[in-house]
Design a protein around this ligand. Structure first.
Ligand SMILES: *Cc1c(COP(=O)(O)O)cnc(C)c1O
Length: 379
């Protein structure tokens, strides 16, 4: 071999010979023709995708999982199966970027979206009268932590011949299993709890339906929604500690919710496992724990600036969008995650300037409580 050739052909693939306990990162865009596993080009498949997909299938109790480059790509993949004139029937309190995708992109392709309040059982009948291409919901919802009875909605959708899609990001695959509750598709932004370390983006669609699985595999390669092998490696690593992390997120967040509830500078607090939570029976029926999100309203007439000033004064809660990492984050939904949603729409669901959202991390609870206590003192 000449130098130029050796520089390219001397590397050995150690993946099978070394007994490496953790699979390597297959940082390759293409594969030699005729390999045993039938890999051809990373946009249509890579060993790191398969590793992550098989773990996520096990965690969601699903036959099939397809991974994407972000949660929004997973939603895009699902919506790419629709055609002009199709309708999506969605829960009215959805993740802001999902609403933006529907409003500013899908509507231009003749796909219609109707929003209803799925926490009110009287609205279930809209599924049969509209016969949407699919029903889409999140539970708990973001940021108001409204719970939707996944089993009941799925049952009504099935009766009407419609499929139910649950965005399971807020609960995580550990705390809630939408497919076991009757949903046809469970979608997660693996950016959040699944990865858990705020250092990668990803999304996944899990199902027991082979037809939907084929559609998702097609979307992964044909729409350019594939993730990077490196991000899949990170998310696979994160998933190994998902159970431990979710237990701590859930216990820390409940303690914080109880503390805030007894604090005079807080008007109300929401957390699915709080005694005062109106839907706590439903929470216990479909969730194994409350997850790490606490939503609260500061007392008095607090402006967006004042609310953000308070959040920025905290030592361990970093003011930032996103959630689900080991580190605690604080967010001002009115101006941040839901900044692109109209003020009327926000007010109509109770999302005002003084509402704050905490993504409680897995730090020691005493430090987090002291941080909030000091911050509230000077509010
Ligand atoms: C973050 C999030 C998404 C989008 O995921 P990305 O990975 O940021 O694209 C979708 N749904 C919910 C509920 C989310 O919190």
């Amino acid at each position: 071999m000449k130098f130029e050739t050796a520089a390219i052909h001397s590397e050995k693939n150690f993946s099978t010979e070394t007994g490496s306990v953790i699979p390597p990162i297959f940082a390759t865009s293409t594969f030699s023709y005729g390999n045993k596993e039938n890999f051809d080009y990373t946009r249509s498949g890579n060993p790191n995708f398969r590793n992550l997909e098989s773990t996520l299938s096990a965690l969601e109790n699903a036959k099939y999982t397809t991974v994407f480059s972000s949660g929004v790509s997973a939603i895009t993949a699902l919506c790419s199966t629709l055609k002009q004139g199709d309708t999506i029937l969605a829960e009215e309190n959805l993740y802001g970027c999902t609403i933006r995708l529907f409003r500013d992109v899908l509507s231009h392709f003749g796909i219609e979206i109707e929003y209803i309040d799925f926490s009110n059982p009287q609205n279930y009948s809209r599924i049969a009268s509209l016969k949407p291409a699919f029903v889409l919901l999140e539970s708990p919802t973001n940021p108001l932590l409204k719970l939707i009875d996944i089993q009941e909605v799925s049952r009504h959708a099935k009766k009407a011949g419609c499929i139910t899609v649950v965005d399971n990001t807020f609960s995580s695959s550990f705390l809630q299993k939408p497919l076991d509750l009757g949903a046809d598709i469970s979608l997660v932004s693996t950016t959040k709890y699944s990865n858990g370390h705020s250092d990668a983006l990803g999304g996944a669609v899990s199902t027991n339906d082979s037809t939907w699985h084929k559609k998702m595999v097609f979307a992964q390669k044909s729409l350019g929604l594939a993730p990077s092998p490196f991000d899949c490696f990170l998310i696979s690593r994160g998933l190994k500690t998902l159970a431990l992390r979710m237990e701590r997120h859930s216990s820390n967040s409940l303690r914080i919710a109880e503390f805030l509830e007894s604090h005079p500078k807080i008007e109300w607090v929401k957390h699915p496992f709080l005694e005062s939570f109106p839907q706590k029976d439903l929470a216990k029926k479909q969730m194994k724990g409350g997850s790490g999100i606490v939503v609260a309203k500061l007392s008095g007439n607090i402006s967006s600036e004042k609310a953000k000033e308070f959040l920025q004064s905290l030592q361990y809660f970093c003011l930032a969008e996103s959630l689900g990492g080991v580190e605690s984050l604080a967010c001002h939904p009115f101006t941040m995650t839901h900044g692109s949603v109209s003020t009327e729409q926000k007010y109509s669901v109770g999302l005002t300037e003084s509402v704050i959202r905490l993504s409680v991390g897995i730090e020691h609870i005493d430090d987090l409580l002291q941080d909030l206590s000091l911050g509230l003192q000077s509010l």
